[in-house]
Write a protein that binds this ligand. Structure first.
Ligand SMILES: [Zn+2]
Length: 245
């Protein structure tokens, strides 16, 4: 196959643009923000679990406190009832002693219940602090995720701008190339990833391999219009003044 040497040289620009397009696609698939977000989501999930766990402990304390408060109320009512009876002065001596005895034990019980209640409330307060800390951690991590997500959007916009620019460059280049040369480039590109490379310092610019001396001799003798393929990777081997032939 023959093609104008100038057109062959343009394939190098096309290969550069295609490499840039591949770089952009790779960047899209490997956004550092995606890794960051995945790690933060994992942290947020663990922090949320911790927050739920602590909330359950707080709820348990609340239930115990409510129960104890009810007992305190019941004891107080009983005390008030006993005192009212005492003050009414309508009870006999035996019942009087019984009432006084009962009042004594009710007061001791009341004190014990109130001590227990106080202890429970202190414990609850400590756990509630843990709960607040856990919730604050979840919120802080969610805020971080939002910040990284905004940064990710910016990266996506940058890639999109570059993608449009390179797509335009590619379209222009392809428009200037002879159709058969472009088809050949595309065939080689889909086969090995790179359609064309510059021959320089005995190496193919597409696969970077050093080429055989006998092959290079044949390339040196070939007409400039002749389209040569790399012996190693099959890419179109473009010759320029830099090729050193
Ligand atoms: Zn090659």
């Amino acid at each position: 196959m023959n093609a104008d040497p100038a057109a062959q040289r343009q394939l190098l620009d096309l290969a550069d643009v295609d490499a840039e397009i591949a770089r952009l696609a790779h960047r899209l698939r490997h956004l550092p923000e995606d890794v960051e977000i995945a790690e933060l989501e994992k942290a947020a999930a663990a922090e949320h679990d911790e927050s739920v766990k602590v909330s359950i402990v707080v709820e348990d304390f609340d239930r115990d406190i409510k129960k104890l408060e009810h007992e305190v109320d019941q004891t107080r009512l009983r005390e008030e009832k006993d005192r009212a009876l005492l003050q009414a002065g309508t009870v006999g001596a035996k019942q009087l002693r019984e009432l006084e005895h009962e009042l004594g034990s009710l007061e001791r019980r009341q004190t014990a219940l109130e001590d227990d209640l106080l202890e429970l409330m202190e414990k609850r307060e400590a756990v509630q602090l843990d709960q607040q800390r856990a919730e604050a951690a979840v919120n802080a991590t969610r805020e971080k995720i939002e910040t990284v997500q905004r940064r990710r959007e910016e990266s996506l916009k940058d890639v999109e701008v570059a993608r449009r620019r390179t797509a335009g460059q590619r379209e222009d280049l392809v428009g200037q190339l002879p159709g058969d040369l472009y088809s050949e480039y595309e065939r080689r590109r889909s086969a090995s990833g790179v359609g064309a490379g510059l021959l320089r310092a005995r190496r193919c610019g597409a696969c970077r391999l050093e080429l055989d001396r006998g092959f290079l001799d044949r390339v040196g003798k070939a007409a400039p219009e002749s389209v040569i393929h790399c012996d190693e990777c099959g890419a179109i081997l473009v010759r320029t003044n830099e090729s050193g032939l």
